[in-house]
Write a protein that binds this ligand. Sequence first.
Ligand code: UPG
Ligand code: F6P
Length: 714
Amino acid sequence: MDNRPENKPDSAQLHLVLISLHGLIRGQNLELGRDADTGGQILYVVELLRALAADPRVGRVDLLTRRIHDSNVADDYARQDETLPDLPKAHIIRFPAGPDEYLPKEALWPYLDGFSDHAMEYLRQQSPSLIHSHYADAGYVGMRLALQLGVPLVHTGHSLGRSKRQSLLASGESERTLEKKYRLSQRIRVEEEILATASLIITSTQDEIDRQYGMYDWANAERMRVIPPGVNVSRFEPGPQPSPPISTELRRFLRAPQKPPILALSRPDERKNIAGLIHAYGQNPDLQARANLVIVAGTREDIRDMTAGPRRVLTEILLLIDRYDLYGRAAYPRHHRPEDVPDLYRWAAGLGGVFINPALTEPFGLTLIEAAACGLPILATENGGPKDIIANCQNGVLIDPLSTEEIGEKLLSMLSDKTIWQSYAKNGIAGVRRYYSWQTHVDHYLTALDELPHAVPQQQESIPTGKRITADRLLFLGARLLDPAPIPEQQEELVALLHRQRRKMAFGLVSFRPLHELLTLLKQRRMNVPDILITRGGTQIHYGASLSRDQGWSRHIGVDWQGDRVYDLLAETPGVQIVGRSGQGFYAVHGFIHDNAEFAGLAALNDQLRNNDIPGRLIALNPQEFLVVPQRASFGFAIRYVADRHDIALNHILVIGSAYADLDLLGGNILAAQVGGEKDLQQHEDIYQSQASGLPGAMEAITHYDFLSNNAAI
Ligand SMILES: O=c1ccn([C@@H]2O[C@H](COP(=O)(O)OP(=O)(O)O[C@H]3O[C@H](CO)[C@@H](O)[C@H](O)[C@H]3O)[C@@H](O)[C@H]2O)c(=O)[nH]1
Ligand SMILES: O=P(O)(O)OC[C@H]1O[C@](O)(CO)[C@@H](O)[C@@H]1O
């Protein structure tokens, strides 16, 4: 892919990068409701992309997402660069993340480092003004990109793991089942990291700030702004719709189709609590006499072919309709098109019906402002964003999603009171135009961006000629492979190979230790200083025997580093010993846990850093030692920085870690291996696990990747 956008924005204009990874995203004809991952967020990011690209202050907007080659979905999702036909400044750029096929969002985590590397390769050639990520998975990628590029991260959660977990537990699900279905603990950990890294969190409602983000340890309300999304009023507008095409489909189900409909429309996701609505309707004979129930829960071919979540939800719907014998009173169409959705809202309004969102929790609720825009009064869950929507628009009432009786009564009451119904319908139409417009959103969005810390992108100075690495591949070893001392023959074999291949392959060591300790170790092993030394946990980069330090890296990681505050915090942390400043790195503070009883633990120390608003990454070296380094510093980031500066492709880099190596060192698009030992990474398919330990394990990995052959497919 050409890495330079054809229409690079002029410096006065903004180049914005949005990231939304999961679900099916394309410029038009969105397949909303097709599955559990293609819903409101997809609509939100595509409409945000369009609204930003239409603004003269913006030069270019890239929406980065996952490339999908899968015979079960349209070819659109495999296109690398999709320009929106009516908006040349708007691009949807797709990169691979793991396998080609379409995967549920919960399955994407292991592939996000690789996606980040592909995206970095594309973005390094440009100078985006910021990265704006959407949902936890994109937030993980956004952190990696923003920290490497040195630009601010903006994040919109759309839905939060803690809220989802709380509401599903309240509905009776077990912690273990939730973990198995949704991997919530990993998602919540990433959401916390995002809150610690992002310069700005954009929410749709104050409730998200007060209640939803309020559940998070590292949420800082001062870095949050409510900027509600818009609704497309040319698509969602009031008006008579007595018999739209979709009503023909509905009439197949309904004995008395002229009765007012109770309309629910959502992705087939258990958080939407459709079952709760059917219970409320099924247990209320007066309601059944007065109104029909219309449930639109995505589109489906064969329920048995759906992924587990939607399959469970739809099976439950069929079973409950049968259980309450709602045949003739309940409609649950299998298909609908995008244009049927506004028709549905207008058709329901024309019959004096209502819209209900009975979700266990709803971060915001785009369907509510869509229904409102079409003149349909609403009932919505009291948990989440709908509180703000109804407070703004005065166009409906809140319900307790777990109270079956209350839902039934409030539905009956709204359907029976014409005056109230008329007032809600009118208020909704006016309220949406007043509070939910994309132009207003863009104005507030761009104003909020103005207040962000200005990007301090990586300085890309030229490298003094003698210093440029001329080899076309890099081999990095974890320094632990040299300590304890390897068997002499094994070390000689490695040294001989490095010497033989020195023109083709540069050699580097990575170590948590300071440079001087690593040099001492090399002297003890009687080894030459390698071409690259990455020390102190990735905070220092030195080159060759001259040990010339990469000042660009120091400047890059030093932005917003507050070493003195880290040092002072550790100095007063019970159970921790730190050596004097002279023994510390400028960008790395080392701590030694001398009293486990007194020390509150690394998680607590991390919280302290966050609560004191001290940016930093805490790295555990072993049970007794840790480092605190700048967020922009890590082995993985340092290796990528070296690769970029010396123009070496990531798949021309082989990193071989010791048994203690982690995914920061071995993840992403580099070639990676871990020598055999006591602690192997959870089977990570892209990381070669050597059988042998120590240097033989390293030689085994070099052979496995055929790393030295001229035409190695590396
Ligand atoms: O069968 C369906 C189901 C949904 N939709 C559309 O999909 C969107 C659903 O959005 P929303 O009601 O907001 O629910 P989610 O899909 O859950 O969206 C997530 O992201 C949204 C945007 O941030 C937030 O409003 C939600 O609270 C959050 O859960 C709406 O435009 C619906 O019209 C369809 O077209 N057909
Ligand atoms: O309920 P969850 O698992 O947090 O996910 C909400 C889902 O709805 C969406 O809006 C669908 O696009 C995304 O935010 C996400 O896939």
